[in-house]
Design a protein around this ligand. Structure first.
Ligand code: GLA
Length: 353
């Protein structure tokens, strides 16, 4: 069942809504069409108490004025594009830069701050938005649909589709910060994680991939082949961790393909457990990479229900193509050709262990 509430008007006067999708178990997700943002996600803990496992704000104004992309859909290209420059079909393009000298997450006012059109059907909301030809410097007019479902099995299913009027590049993700101990618990880094990957794309001092893939040694900071608390190696003496002030790296996924959802190319990406609540989350995606970001740059701010968030208040598991892929021939291509369809599915499934 999906209920629709008023979420106020943006500073430009656009009306927004807050949707609550409640499943048969009483668990629910709330989402706004401002940036297709996941505002809260209440799932049962080991005692069956509903616990909000994602960081969010109470008002639209906080979403509009805050950085950090809490819960938002980001794009046209998630993560960084070096110096905002790339070439496609022999033409050079320069994108808006908003992260030092680099382009990040589609630039200021990318999809994360658009008000999406919507259509509700049962436990699914289909959001639609357009990014015009030339917006932020990208070629082609993109029409993006994002279908968000919350199932009776406590699965949050995010399905993205996009088409472009011209050849372009695209990389859509969701930027939710998870704290399975309950949002604002103050010990999100004690969550345990496991990642199905063969390594990370190495970054330089500007957090741009060098092109090299580092395969971690057993038990080293980037080895998540066994479940371990995020805090175990967070401050380890490791050059890659030092650059980012924690984890802010793209993991090259190699998990087993999973046919249970009938979605082509869907594989297991990660597994996260809240040590306090015993809430666990399985992540599945059709994308080749996943940025694990331990909120290293998150500054102190007010969250929901008297909670405060600060550095390391959650972990984002951003399923995506590799950062700066357009400038690395050896990475999977982010090109969306005119007439083709971009499609990406990510599933976050919740259970208790
Ligand atoms: C991504 C990036 C981080 C940071 C956040 C937003 O996860 O990799 O470096 O920019 O988004 O704050």
């Amino acid at each position: 069942m999906t209920e629709i509430y008023d979420f106020g008007k943006t500073c430009k006067g656009e009306k927004t809504c807050l949707f609550q999708i409640t499943n048969m178990q009483g668990a629910f997700a709330t989402v706004t069409n401002y940036g297709c943002t996941l505002v809260s996600l209440f799932v049962p803990d080991k005692n069956d108490a509903l616990t909000d496992v994602c960081l969010g704000y109470e008002t639209l104004q906080e979403y509009e004025k805050s950085d950090g992309y809490l819960g938002m859909l980001v794009g046209r290209c998630a993560n960084r594009i070096a110096k905002g420059k790339f070439s496609l079909n022999g033409k050079n393009y320069t994108l808006a830069v908003n992260n030092g000298v680099n382009h990040l997450h589609g630039g200021i006012n990318g999809f994360s701050s658009k008000v999406f059109g919507f259509e509700v059907k049962g436990n699914t909301i289909k959001f639609t938005a357009v990014s015009d030809d030339g917006e932020k410097g990208y070629p082609g007019k993109i029409t993006l649909t994002a279908c968000y479902s919350f199932t009776d099995e406590n699965e949050l299913i995010l399905k993205y589709n996009a088409v472009s009027s011209e050849d372009t590049i695209i990389n859509i993700t969701n930027h939710t910060y998870f704290d399975l101990n309950g949002q604002g618990s103050g010990h999100a880094m004690e969550q345990k994680a496991m990642i199905f990957s063969r390594g990370i794309t190495e970054i330089d001092e500007n957090l741009i991939p060098t092109g090299k893939i580092i395969s971690p040694e057993k038990n080293s900071p980037f080895d998540f082949s066994n479940l371990k608390p995020l805090c175990r190696d967070l401050n380890a003496d490791n050059p890659q961790l030092k650059i980012a002030g924690g984890y802010d790296h793209n993991f090259v996924l190699n998990g087993d393909y999973d046919s249970s959802y009938g979605i082509f190319g869907l594989r297991k990406a990660a597994y996260l457990v809240g040590d306090d609540t015993s809430i666990a989350m399985e992540v599945y995606t059709t994308q080749p990479g996943m940025q694990m970001y331990t909120a290293n740059f998150l500054t102190d701010r007010k969250g929901v229900i008297r909670k405060r968030y600060t550095k390391n208040a959650g972990v984002a598991l951003e399923t995506q193509n590799f950062p700066d892929a357009i400038n690395h021939k050896e990475f999977p291509s982010p090109v969306l050709k005119q007439g083709e369809i971009y499609s990406h599915t990510t599933i976050y499934k919740f259970l208790t262990v």
